[in-house]
Design a protein around this ligand. Structure first.
Ligand SMILES: Cc1cc2nc3c(=O)[nH]c(=O)nc-3n(C[C@H](O)[C@H](O)[C@H](O)COP(=O)(O)OP(=O)(O)OC[C@H]3O[C@@H](n4cnc5c(N)ncnc54)[C@H](O)[C@@H]3O)c2cc1C
Length: 236
């Protein structure tokens, strides 16, 4: 693992997907580039007094001049407030890269299953794009993404384009409070997971809130998936 570097980064692009989720593109100023592995995160200084918050990098490791983050600003704390107000051109102190939630590349795994809730999708965008577009992986890859409302979803076109281009990639959004027009999986992400393929010889990657991680780990254990094949990152 690379040691984390102290960096100064500048906000160059900001996409407000909806009232809750904002995507940020930061470019390195000092140093000019930095490397990371798909799944790792950045720690940003979010106040004058030095408070820090962690955000998974959602861009791919081949982009070394900057990184993208996907932030759920609804918790409304110091990190959410700082990032909501951040404007183009402003600089931020960051520590990059951090974390060990990375692809294990275990040759015994015959498939990879990614399970996210909310902003937990962020590291999976980096990991899945890296697997498919950079490593040209042909292993079956399943992505289950739980969200409360369909209107909160974003990146749908991106996931659909990946599914069209790579037949080994399967995308399953799950909505817990659907409106009547929603025709795909409904309920909790674990409900959707149980009705789809859950190969025992797969690597499972879980990211998001605590109840989802606890429930999914319990479900995987009942299916006979052993702990070394279950990787998780908690956003709390
Ligand atoms: C390794 C790691 C990676 C992370 N990656 C991301 C990421 O890619 N995108 C992202 O949006 N967040 C991510 N988080 C969560 C993020 O670091 C903050 O904890 C979160 O954004 C809340 O920060 P805040 O300062 O706004 O709220 P805080 O001041 O920390 O908390 C305000 C209130 O919100 C509650 N709260 C705290 N965190 C959450 C949460 N995640 N969801 C709902 N309620 C919460 C608290 O209990 C408190 O009541 C990650 C966390 C970790 C540990």
């Amino acid at each position: 693992m690379r040691p984390p570097q102290r960096c100064q980064v500048q906000l160059v692009e900001k996409i407000e997907h909806n009232a809750k989720f904002i995507q940020y593109y930061f470019e390195y100023q000092q140093p000019a580039t930095a490397e990371f592995d798909a799944g790792q995160y950045a720690s940003l200084q979010v106040s004058e007094r030095g408070d820090r918050r962690s955000y998974s990098i959602c861009s791919t490791p081949d982009k070394t001049h900057g990184f993208e983050l996907l932030v759920d600003i609804s918790p409304g704390g110091v990190g959410s407030q700082f990032l909501s107000k951040l404007e183009y051109g402003q600089t931020v102190h960051a520590l990059v890269p951090l974390g060990v939630f990375t692809l294990s590349h275990d040759p015994s795994e015959e498939a990879l299953v990614f399970v996210a809730t909310g902003s937990g999708i962020a590291p999976f965008r980096s990991m899945i794009q890296h697997l498919l577009q950079t490593e040209h992986s042909t292993i079956p890859i399943y992505l289950h993404w739980g969200m409360r409302f369909a209107d909160d979803l974003f990146w749908l076109e991106e996931w659909q384009q990946l599914a069209d281009a790579f037949p080994n990639f399967h995308f399953h959004p799950v909505i817990s409070k659907p409106d009547p027009n929603w025709t795909l999986c409904q309920g909790r992400v674990t409900d959707c997971l149980s009705v789809h393929e859950m190969p025992v010889n797969a690597g499972y990657y879980l990211c998001g809130n605590k109840p989802m991680i606890v429930d999914t780990m319990a479900l995987l254990q009942t299916k006979g998936v052993t702990p070394e094949h279950i990787h998780h990152e908690k956003f709390y």
